[in-house]
Design a protein around this ligand. Structure first.
Ligand code: AMP
Ligand code: GLY
Length: 421
């Protein structure tokens, strides 16, 4: 892929906190000229230009990139990747960061990912795959509980349940469509590990940790993620080396060998068991909210890292992080992750020292920024230590800082990190 020598025009596909953080970081690059977001949110319009094209309109996105002479496109969410946005851009000879439709099956089909891990001996939970509910339930009936039941395909984060008895498993299975995976339940802390890969070589980002449950102490329903921090004290250099050697390098090699060359961001969701790190799932993109602390911690320019993925030079592109820590606290709409309230005015969207306010579910109405639902904001701090970063993030949340009616957030983001210092 040929990339121009002039300052680059970038298109970021998506509208979440992840995309705002990526754009915020790219906007600091001396190599970047203009940034477009499709469709973006109220926050992204302060670092670039929003374009009213949805993430799944891949034909229109390619037309836009061609017409505007976009030099590089970065895809945030999995949906367009699994729909084949990269294949579409490749056909038009447009540079884009992300895996092809075929390679993105590593996220869009759990069965594909599990079979691949089994074949190449990559550590993961024992599993069985089923074509229909009846055979899945027959197997679950004979299993020891708890078991983990998963939909094979993308399910907007709602396709996994840890079931402690048959009745629970049955009611979850009844709700699913398509093929089903049943897994052994693993125990341990979870770590999000992201790498930039050109299909052969890779460079790792800092390990980070998400908070998937809605309420403090990991209680309540699963969400897209209520907060994140980086780095993760329990993920020592030694452990990172082990993850790279036992999981990342072999999966990249396996994908190539299977004819699914994987170029883009690869994000294994890991669980640190007493037998070592194991893969819970692979994502074919950056995590959200994890990308918010990662971009805050990133010292290197992001653009050369993204370029190394499409140019095949990931072996030469080191990724350098700042010392210290970053904490992101998500402010979600009242009712999230269920039905939520919309169009709520947000107070306190000011500049704060050492804290970036990344937008997700925000939009404009009559030039006012409103909370439009879902995860609304990611309050993301930088501090010399994790304790300082926690203090700074929470310091700007509330009536004296950023605030909207009924906002929902966790009080204990990154507390696990302190316990493990
Ligand atoms: P996934 O989308 O596959 O990462 O699953 C979502 C969440 O379900 C994970 O972050 C874990 O908390 C939990 N989970 C998934 N698979 C397992 C497993 N085999 N054992 C224990 N927990 C799991
Ligand atoms: N925060 C989890 C994810 O991005 O999948």
């Amino acid at each position: 892929m040929k990339i121009a020598n002039h300052k680059l025009k970038i298109l970021i596909v998506g509208s979440g906190g992840r995309e705002h953080a990526l754009g915020w970081k790219l906007s600091q690059s001396p190599l970047v000229d203009r940034i477009f977001f499709a469709p973006g949110n109220a926050g992204t319009s302060t670092v670039g230009e929003n374009v009213a094209i949805g993430v799944n309109e891949i034909g229109r996105l390619a037309e836009f990139a061609e017409k505007q002479q976009v030099d590089l496109t970065m895809v945030g969410p999995e949906l367009p990747l699994t729909l084949g946005i990269v294949d579409e851009f490749n056909k038009k000879n447009l540079a884009i960061v992300g895996p092809t439709k075929k390679a993105s099956r590593i996220e869009s089909s759990k069965i594909f990912a599990k079979k691949l891990m089994k074949k190449y001996r990559i550590p993961t939970a024992e599993f069985a795959a089923f074509d229909d509910k009846k055979s899945a339930l027959a197997y679950i009936g004979k299993s020891r509980f708890p078991v983990v039941v998963k939909a094979d395909g993308l399910y907007a984060g709602k396709g996994v349940a840890v079931c402690s008895n048959f009745a629970q498993a049955k009611s979850f299975v009844e709700k699913l469509t398509g093929k089903i995976v049943v897994e052994e339940c693993l125990v341990g802390p979870e770590v999000s590990f992201m790498v930039a890969t050109d299909g052969v070589n890779f460079q790792s980002f800092l390990p980070s940790q998400d908070h998937k449950r809605l309420n403090d102490n990991d209680q309540g329903p699963n969400t897209g993620g209520m907060g994140a921090y980086a780095p993760v004290p329990i993920a020592s250099q030694k452990l990172i080396g082990r993850i790279e050697k036992e999981i990342v390098a072999p999966i990249i090699k396996a994908m190539k060998k299977e004819g699914c060359l994987y170029q883009g961001i690869l994000y294994p969701g890991l669980i640190l068991t007493k037998d070592g790190p194991k893969v819970l799932e692979f994502n074919c993109r950056f995590g959200d909210p994890e990308t918010q602390p990662l971009m805050t911690m990133l010292k290197s320019d992001l653009l050369p890292i993204l370029l190394s993925i499409v140019k095949g030079t990931a072996d030469k592109q080191k990724i350098i992080f700042k010392p210290g820590a970053s904490v992101c606290v998500v402010l979600a709409a009242p009712g999230y992750p269920g039905k939520y309230a919309k169009n709520l005015p947000i107070n306190g969207l000011n500049d704060y020292k050492d804290v970036a306010v990344f937008h997700a579910g925000t939009g404009f109405k009559d030039k006012k920024i409103l909370a439009m639902g879902g995860r609304v904001l990611g309050i993301t701090s930088y501090g010399r230590s994790i304790k300082e970063a926690i203090k700074k993030a929470y310091g700007v949340i509330g009536r004296k800082g950023v605030w909207f009616r009924g906002m929902v957030y966790r009080q204990d983001i990154a507390h696990k990190a302190i316990k493990n210092l």
